[in-house]
Design a protein around this ligand. Structure first.
Ligand SMILES: NC(=O)c1ccc[n+]([C@@H]2O[C@H](COP(=O)([O-])OP(=O)(O)OC[C@H]3O[C@@H](n4cnc5c(N)ncnc54)[C@H](OP(=O)(O)O)[C@@H]3O)[C@@H](O)[C@H]2O)c1
Length: 322
């Protein structure tokens, strides 16, 4: 099969398009013929070595397609099922072998490209709003990179529970997308001081939760944007990792909570996975959750997809088509 292979950490140019042996499913695994592959920031971290994987490896943590073969002892899926998954490496390929318990059947009303676009970022927005900080009607949330893949979904899920949503975005065009997704206010954080804007927009009170995927550049001002006993859910680092800091700051700034959650722990069981992915697919099927598939690339052009994601050129979802 054709696949992207990384032989050593580096820039987008290390994403090499090669011939590779088609993997065979072992016990508890299924082989999926991939129709679409999701591109996520975690793929960049694997490529650069920030989150190291054993070399050589095929990147990609999300895909959707049709089950083509199953190993022994597989009960969750059968050959011919339309399925999607997240959080197993190896998706930048024509075929992926995935633990069967991680595969979710895609409902009839949802296309395979939509499914590949929805799994990782959709389940992330779901756990952040239902489990990490369960948002309630009347509360206010600040969502950074609001026009990004996770950002546009977070806005919609936060609005669905009746919360007020303040977003940040790098450009006016991105701000417009965030407004269309439902954000009540969008702050252009490259031009305006978002901490001051949040204070102004909340009458000096601050927000109950900040969903921060930007990291280094936003961290301290995100803490300063919180109401007393508010929570900073730091779930990414698009601008770079946050430096070590003194937990005493959390007391000084108002008995704050800080968490650094990962989808790995919030979709660690089959029950959690089926709950979160099921909710995301139900909302998509019912037209209550809009996916923005911003651009698709042939698998061979994975390097260009990474350049655009890292270069802040993309909004919503980026897909590769094997
Ligand atoms: N913990 C988890 O479970 C989990 C799950 C999914 C994703 N994540 C994390 O969430 C973050 C967002 O992921 P995503 O796939 O949805 O990407 P994304 O938000 O679509 O893309 C990243 C966005 O971050 C903003 N950004 C701000 N400073 C940046 C910089 N210096 N370089 C690049 N981008 C910068 C840009 O938007 P503006 O131009 O508007 O600023 C950019 O478009 C990533 O850090 C990812 O690892 C975490």
């Amino acid at each position: 099969m054709r696949a992207i292979v990384v032989h050593g950490p580096g820039g987008p140019e290390v994403l090499s398009y090669e011939e590779k042996e088609t993997p065979a499913p072992k016990a508890g695994e299924a082989r999926v013929l991939l129709a679409a592959v999701g591109v996520n920031f975690i793929d960049v971290y694997h490529r650069t070595g920030l989150y190291p994987l054993p070399l050589p490896f095929t990147p990609g943590m999300e895909g959707a397609g049709v089950v083509e073969a199953v190993g022994p002892d597989v009960t969750e899926v059968a050959a011919g099922d339309r399925v999607a998954y997240a959080m197993t490496p190896g998706a930048y390929a024509e075929y992926a072998v995935v633990p069967a318990w991680r595969l979710v059947k895609v409902p009839a009303g949802v296309g395979l490209e939509q499914a590949a676009a929805a799994m990782l970022q959709g389940m992330t927005a779901h756990y952040l709003t239902t489990s990490t900080y369960p948002l309630k009607a009347g509360e206010t949330a600040l969502v950074h990179a609001a026009a990004g893949g996770v950002g546009l979904l977070l806005i919609q899920m936060a609005k669905a529970v009746g919360a007020r949503v303040l977003g940040t975005a790098g450009t006016e065009a991105k701000a417009q997308l965030a407004r269309e997704a439902g954000a009540d206010e969008v702050i252009l954080y490259a031009e305006q001081d978002f901490e001051q804007e949040v204070k102004r927009l909340t009458g000096g009170r601050g927000v109950q939760v900040v969903y921060d995927s930007v990291g280094k550049d936003t961290f301290l001002k995100s803490l300063n944007s919180l109401a007393p006993r508010g929570m900073l859910a730091l779930f990414g680092q698009s601008s770079g990792p946050v430096a070590p800091f003194d937990p005493g700051l959390l007391a000084q700034k108002g008995s704050l909570f800080l968490t650094r959650p990962s989808l790995a722990q919030y979709a660690a069981t089959r029950d959690d996975l089926l709950w979160r992915a099921g909710a995301v697919f139900d909302w998509i099927g019912a037209g209550r959750l809009k996916l923005r598939i911003d651009r698709t690339f042939p698998l061979a052009e994975a390097a260009e997809a990474h350049r655009q994601l890292e270069g802040r050129k993309t909004t919503g979802k980026v897909l590769l088509i094997p």
